[in-house]
Each structure stands twice: as structure tokens, then as C-alpha cells.
Design a protein. Structure first.
Length: 181
């Protein structure tokens, strides 16, 4: 949806969370997002170097990383890799990371220092709405940033005529120091 990633969201979860993850993925797909959900891509993952594929996916190919933390998540080989890459790839922009804790424990280590949501009592549709809101805000903010940069670059080299008439200043794309009209 208007960015350079193969997937809008990649869902990382351990097998005991597959049913919840599948429901979240389905809601997100209904909202029009491109979702990486491992069971759907299982054949493709198995036919390749799975560690390399997961590394690339969570580091480079997904805009938002959704980590569904369950009791066994932190001890899983693949989920640990997914979490490390998700954390590393969002270090400069944590808005691209959403952690939902379905355990009763405080999360340990680096992930425990980050903000996360308590998943207990949250329904899958509520998680999907939160993900959608996060993606929409992120993409809107990014498009506004690039739109502003584009307008500024279009203004460069453009002369402006300024007319002062009874205390009213009028002009197109005029700059006075830090003031833009």
C-alpha cells in the first residue's frame, strides 16, 4: 500500500498461538493489507534456507512487525530469530513494531524494556484494528513527509512576487528566513 516493503505486516508467533494469529491475519487481509503469515507460506519457506528467509523477511521485507508473545515464544529457535530481526530493524522507528504479550509474566531482556500490550482479554479483531491504525498513521505520516519534501524541492528556484497592500502580504511560495508563505 504505497511503500517499498513486500509485506505490510509480518506476524511472528509460536505454534500455540496459530489460531489467534490466523484470525488476526484474516482480518488484516480483509482490510487490504499484505500479510506474512508463515503457515500460508510454509511450502515456500521449507523449500529455501528457512533461517535466511526469516532473517530477510523480518529485517528487510516487512513494514510492521507484530510479535505475539506466548509462554514458549522466547525459547523458540525461529521466533527468537524473528524477534531479534524485528527489534534490530525497528531500532530507529519503534512505530513499526507492535508487541502483544499473551503471558502473565513481564517480558525479559531487551523486549521487556519496550512498550507492549497486554494480550490477555484482547480479541483478535481488536489486535487487527490496532495494527491497521498503526499502519495507516505510519503511512500517512510518511506520505506527508515526502509530500512536504516534494513541495519544498518544487519551490526551490521559484521566484515569488510579494505585494504589500494595507498591511496584507500576498505571494506564492515565499520564504523569509524560517517563515514560509
Amino acid at each position: 500500500m504505497g511503500h517499498d516493503y513486500e509485506f505490510d505486516v509480518a506476524i511472528s508467533f509460536k505454534s500455540e498461538m496459530e489460531e489467534q494469529a490466523a484470525k488476526i491475519a484474516e482480518y488484516l487481509k480483509r482490510d487490504g493489507w499484505k500479510v506474512f503469515f508463515a503457515p500460508v507460506k510454509q511450502q515456500e519457506l521449507l523449500s529455501e534456507n528457512i533461517h535466511g528467509k526469516l532473517y530477510d523477511l523480518y529485517k528487510n521485507k516487512s513494514l510492521l512487525k507484530l510479535l505475539l508473545i506466548s509462554e514458549n515464544y522466547l525459547s523458540g529457535e525461529w521466533t527468537s530469530l524473528e524477534m531479534r530481526m524485528a527489534l534490530k530493524s525497528t531500532i530507529d522507528d519503534r512505530k513499526r513494531l507492535l508487541i502483544v504479550n499473551y503471558t502473565e509474566m513481564n517480558l525479559p531482556g531487551e523486549v521487556g524494556k519496550l512498550q507492549y500490550m497486554d494480550g490477555n482479554g484482547l480479541h483478535e479483531d481488536e489486535v487487527a484494528v490496532i495494527v491497521t491504525e498503526r499502519l495507516e498513521k505510519y503511512l500517512l505520516h510518511k506520505s506527508m513527509d515526502s509530500s512536504t519534501k516534494e513541495k519544498r524541492s518544487n519551490r526551490e528556484g521559484t521566484s515569488a512576487s510579494i505585494t504589500i497592500n494595507h498591511g496584507i502580504i500576498a505571494g506564492d511560495y515565499a520564504n523569509f528566513g524560517n517563515i514560509q508563505l
